[in-house]
Design a protein around this ligand. Structure first.
Ligand code: XMP
Length: 421
């Protein structure tokens, strides 16, 4: 698909941010892919690049200095831009692309048209299954595949009862009513909470949620006639971060919607595997998905299960859902949502003494968390305005009687993680 467009190969020498040059090139509407500097010549040649960019130099980090490209690089006979000479400079890259005569035709609309064509080619008249989480990645995949092959697609939305307030209803409204997708909504709350009864250990909780998810998904796949293809919402950073020969730290992706173990699919359909997250969001908006989905902050597969400390019960989850919705609405109201990567509430396992209407209470403590991060491997807590925190505390304790104390988490990652469990 990418070879329809003039392509730039970016050879990365171990830059601090391996995506930096690619983002600049793509924002200039030129398609590019990032390869490690150790990539074999055939792999680079397979892209049929019209130009090469060497991602190294002082502003790419110490370890990129002094490393030389393999002698084969010159053999490609295409223009080369060495960032060690010009730095990570948009104007210099822009001028290089112009001089190399590359067509600027890689746009959101072009991506959508190409993706739909590629899905049709792969799938033919066979059936496709997709695990819908309600997040931007699976949502974009669902709309693209639906546009490509319509009713050959079945989306299974396993609602584990650990979603945020009103989320399941929104997923059904958008995909069934707005897009006409064949969406199976599995109300798994009782089954998940049943399996989680009495379990307090965080890893045990994650394991049970993951395993129950796979079982439910497999059952639904069978009911759907075991479709031939499975759609995966893999995105480009997953590939860049995990596919490289030892040079990079591998981030372990803990996706509840992992591959079902007992079903043989003919193949995977991965429509957005060459897109960065901000590109996925742009595609989502262009496809007509609502902002609440297109701009949705990351939400972990195990959902509120990792934000509700101790045993998971419907009562505790409902308390958390209310507190979390109040906090998130206040952040949006304050106009801060776009500056924060993740913000949410946690129902701590702690209860403490308080006073309400002149009577003693013994109620839960809710923690609020807001972080800024570029890669989710490290994160800084956000200095939210005190007035905002005060408003949220007042609103939560007024609306949710089971909560009498609200605290703000002022820990960065490391030493903490973003989620509490
Ligand atoms: P931590 O808590 O490890 O979170 O600092 C880093 C990022 O990963 C998300 N996260 C998950 N996402 N399945 C997911 O799909 C998971 O099991 C999971 N655990 C954490 C977390 O929300 C944050 O964005």
């Amino acid at each position: 698909m990418q070879n329809k467009h003039d392509t730039v190969a970016i050879l990365d020498f171990g830059a601090i941010n391996s995506q930096a040059a690619a983002k600049i090139v793509r924002n200039l509407n030129v398609y590019c892919e990032v390869l490690p500097c150790t990539a074999p010549a055939e792999k680079i040649a397979a892209l049929a690049p019209k130009a090469l960019i060497l991602q190294r130099g002082a502003d790419c980090g110490e370890k990129t200095l002094g490393r030389e490209p393999a002698a084969d690089v010159a053999a490609l006979g295409v223009p080369v831009l060495d960032l060690a000479a010009c730095g990570m400079d948009t104007a210099a890259i822009d001028a290089f692309l112009a001089k190399a005569g590359l067509k600027r035709d890689w746009t959101t609309e072009a991506f959508i048209a190409d993706a739909i064509e590629a899905i049709r080619e792969t799938v033919g008249d066979r059936r496709v299954l997709l695990a819908m989480s309600g997040g931007v990645d699976s949502s974009v995949c669902a709309v693209l595949v639906h546009k490509a092959v319509g009713k050959q697609l079945t989306c299974v939305f396993v609602d584990h009862g650990l979603m945020r307030k009103d989320e399941p209803q929104e997923v059904c409204r958008v995909f069934r009513d707005q897009f006409g997708v064949d969406l199976v909504h599995v109300d798994g709350e009782a089954r998940f909470l049943g399996n989680l009864k009495g379990v307090t250990d965080p890893e045990q909780k994650r394991k049970i949620i993951g395993e129950t998810f796979i079982r439910v998904f497999e059952e639904e796949a069978r009911k759907a006639g075991e479709p031939d293809y499975l759609v995966q919402g893999t995105i480009y950073p997953d590939i860049i971060e995990s596919g490289w020969d030892g040079g990079k730290q591998v981030k372990s992706h803990h996706n509840v919607g992992g591959l079902p173990k007992n079903i043989d699919f003919k193949g995977l359909v991965e429509p957005i595997k060459y897109l960065f997250k901000d590109e996925v969001r742009r595609v989502a908006l262009a496809l007509g998905l609502p902002e609440s989905i297109a701009m949705r902050q990351p939400f972990p597969g195990p959902g509120l299960g990792v934000r509700c400390i101790g045993e998971l019960t419907k009562e505790k989850l409902d308390i958390l859902r209310e507190a979390d919705a109040i906090f998130r609405a206040a952040v949006v109201e304050a106009g801060l949502a776009s500056q924060i990567n993740q913000y949410f509430a946690i129902l701590t396992g702690n209860r403490s003494v308080g006073v309400r209407d002149d009577a003693r209470t013994y109620a839960y403590t809710v923690a609020l968390r807001a972080v800024r991060t570029s890669d989710f491997m490290t994160a800084k807590f956000v200095h939210l305005p005190m007035e905002l925190l005060e408003t949220v505390s007042a609103r939560i304790t007024a609306a949710v009687p089971q909560v009498n104390r609200v605290v703000y988490d002022i820990t960065s990652k490391p030493p903490a993680t973003i989620e509490w469990e």
